[in-house]
Design a protein around this ligand. Structure first.
Ligand SMILES: [Zn+2]
Length: 380
């Protein structure tokens, strides 16, 4: 049977994190990739679509250095792309590049994803990164934790049973975690789910053979019952939520994350999986808007999406060491022909470029020149 679940699981697994490129190497390679496609030196206007987090500023400094201009801003909080800004971006430059990334913090001491040392806080505090995505996940993780503790695997007289809290079974809930009950429970001859026994706040069912196979018989205690815990696999549930929408992304970030949410909440590092999923959804969505932007007709465009890994800085480091993991790229030629490069191909195209950029701007020198330039009076 066709299942959307397989698509989500497969898509997340296909985003390989095997190859990360530090920004100091990624940006000059990207610049040289632009030149290799015939982009006009000095006429390329980069744009970035990053979260508003200050740790996304370091890539911007490198983009400015290598492309010779501060990038246009396509970014909304959480790594959502402002697709309504293609028009002005197209007007401001001859050849265009959009660099998009969702981001996640990384702590090299604990080898864990999702947090970041904020060196400008009073006590060098560690907080979540991306904080916006984290605030969205909170509610879903609480629902998942409740389900893990209130669904029990139960063995009695060698019968395999599952007891489920009535709140989780309530199909009339406006929002919450919903089990794919047909996967867990034996279905009656008329397609009904008939409990073996009803308790005061839960019901007990005979499990389906599919569920028994999925978890393996050893998942059930030899006698009595135990919470399902981590064995509540993402294939077994989904979420429903009324999204009120935030002023910055109008709920788009949360909408992007709801279909893969069972995989996000059950992942080892939920913030990493969420950032990967958002990058994938945003690339697909934005590619479709770019091919329909009339201001982009006749323009050379590269749109590249990936994941920014913000490696927590030490107390003495001025800038963090941010790395980029490419996911996909969209290329449009002047004649209107366009194509996409999947992860392996865009990665190879970047790696075959030199990371030397002779056109890079000396930022210190450029700032010095500003001081030396004759003051221009602004007349009212
Ligand atoms: Zn963020």
């Amino acid at each position: 049977m066709y299942s959307a679940n397989i698509d989500i699981k497969g898509a997340l697994a296909d985003f390989s994190l095997e190859y990360t490129i530090p920004y100091y190497s990624f940006v000059p390679r990207l610049y040289n990739f632009c030149l290799s496609l015939g982009f006009d030196h000095g006429k390329i206007l980069p744009s970035r679509a990053f979260c508003s987090d200050e740790n996304q500023g370091y890539p911007n400094i490198l983009i400015a250095k290598h492309f010779g201009t501060f990038p246009f801003n396509h970014g909304r909080v959480g790594g959502v792309i402002a697709t309504d800004r293609h028009g002005p971006h197209s007007e401001h430059g001859k050849d265009l590049i959009i660099i998009h990334a969702s981001h996640v913090g990384y702590d090299s001491e604990t080898c864990s994803f999702g947090s970041y040392h904020r060196r400008h806080t009073e006590h060098f505090e560690t907080t979540s990164s991306c904080g916006k995505i984290d605030s969205i996940l909170e509610w879903y993780i609480a629902q998942y934790d409740f389900a893990k503790e209130n669904i029990f695997l139960h063995r009695q007289n060698n019968e395999f049973l599952v007891s489920i809290d009535n709140q989780i079974l309530n199909e009339n809930m406006i929002e919450g975690l919903f089990l794919h009950l047909y996967k867990l429970v034996e279905v009656g001859s008329h397609g009904e789910f008939r409990p073996r026994k009803a308790y005061s706040t839960s019901k007990c069912y005979m499990v389906s053979s599919e569920f028994r196979e999925l978890l393996g018989e050893t998942a059930w205690p030899s006698n009595g019952r135990q919470p399902i815990g981590e064995k509540l696999l993402p294939e077994l549930f989904s979420f429903k939520r009324h999204i009120s929408g935030d002023p910055d992304t109008h709920g788009l970030l949360e909408e992007n994350l709801i279909p893969p949410m069972p995989w996000i909440v059950s992942a080892k590092f939920p913030l990493l999986t969420a950032a990967q999923a958002n990058t994938q959804v945003e690339f697909d969505r934005t590619y479709r808007t770019l091919i329909n932007t009339k201001e982009a007709i006749g323009k050379q465009i590269i749109f590249i999406s990936g994941l920014n890994i913000d490696i927590s800085p030490h107390e003495t480091q001025v800038f963090p060491l941010t790395a980029f993991v490419p996911w996909a790229a969209f290329i449009q030629e002047i004649n209107g022909h366009y194509y996409t490069l999947e992860q392996k191909f865009i990665l190879n195209r970047l790696l075959e470029q030199s990371d030397e950029n002779l056109d890079a701007v000396d930022l210190e020198m450029a700032i010095q020149k500003m001081k030396e330039t004759r003051k221009i009076e602004i007349r009212l």
